[in-house]
Design a protein around this ligand. Structure first.
Ligand code: ZN
Length: 246
């Protein structure tokens, strides 16, 4: 398999679409290969069924033009930091060989997001160890591999970002990718389903406002924030200038 340049790992299908789909779209636009690995099928969701979720995930995958999407089938609400789960993620990283890996933040409202962040972060290190053995689908021993950069994306809780990405050029498609998960969001007609944080009538306004607020920080219309342990480097200082007025 050809490497996936930008890979995002998430607890639930729709997490990446809500948090950092703009960055995925931008990478695709510049010719990179992109992918998402969902750890669970979100079977504990208050709204929608497994079938609607699967269909919505397919629609969002098309909008994002992903080269790769996998689901590791871990139980929703119980993402354990077990050796079995760790090896599952290590196997994915060695198969996809991403240059940049996007994972959730370790401090999050939803415990599954925190668990996914910890699991993915550990796997991103262990995947580079020769003696942590994994086999591919054909039973062949996999080569060790470590992503060059790991960035945490923002979900419920905020943090002071290490890097902010201008997603203005792809913002309309970013909204479409989120809206693909229609069952999770507010619907004009009352469907009789229980209201959740996501289905609140103002949820899209909040997300737009956040993209706008981080856009303001770097002088653009819309942006997505990321945090990393290591500061990102550059070989071109001018590529860091996003403001058109000082
Ligand atoms: Zn989630």
């Amino acid at each position: 398999m050809q490497p996936i340049d930008l890979l995002a790992i998430a607890a639930h299908p729709d997490d990446v679409e809500l948090a950092c789909a703009g960055t995925m779209l931008l990478a695709k636009r510049s010719g990179r290969r992109t992918g998402i690995v969902d750890l669970t099928r979100a079977e504990l969701s208050t709204r929608g069924t497994l079938e609607t979720r699967a269909r919505e995930t397919e629609d969002a995958t098309k909008i994002l033009k992903l080269d790769y999407r996998a689901n590791l089938g871990m139980p929703d609400g119980n993402i354990e930091l077990s050796r079995e789960n760790l090896l599952k993620v290590v196997r994915e990283l060695r198969t996809t060989r991403p240059t940049i890996l996007l994972i959730p933040s370790k401090h999050e409202r939803h415990p599954d997001h925190e668990a996914a962040a910890e699991l993915a972060h550990r796997a991103s290190f262990y995947a580079g160890l020769v003696n942590m053995e994994t086999k591919d689908a054909d039973g062949n021993l996999q080569e060790p591999y470590r992503p060059r950069m790991v960035l945490h994306y923002m979900q419920s809780y905020t943090f002071e970002p290490t890097v902010i990405v201008d997603i203005t050029p792809v913002f309309e498609d970013r909204l479409r990718a989120m809206q693909a998960f229609g069952s999770q969001f507010h619907q004009a007609a009352d469907t009789g389903q229980k209201e959740t944080f996501l289905s609140h009538a103002h949820f899209f306004d909040w997300l737009k406002a956040r993209a706008s607020a981080y856009g303001m920080r770097i002088g653009v219309q819309y942006a997505e924030p990321f945090w990393s342990h290591e500061p990102p480097g550059t070989q071109d200082l001018f590529s860091l200038v996003t403001k058109t007025i000082a």
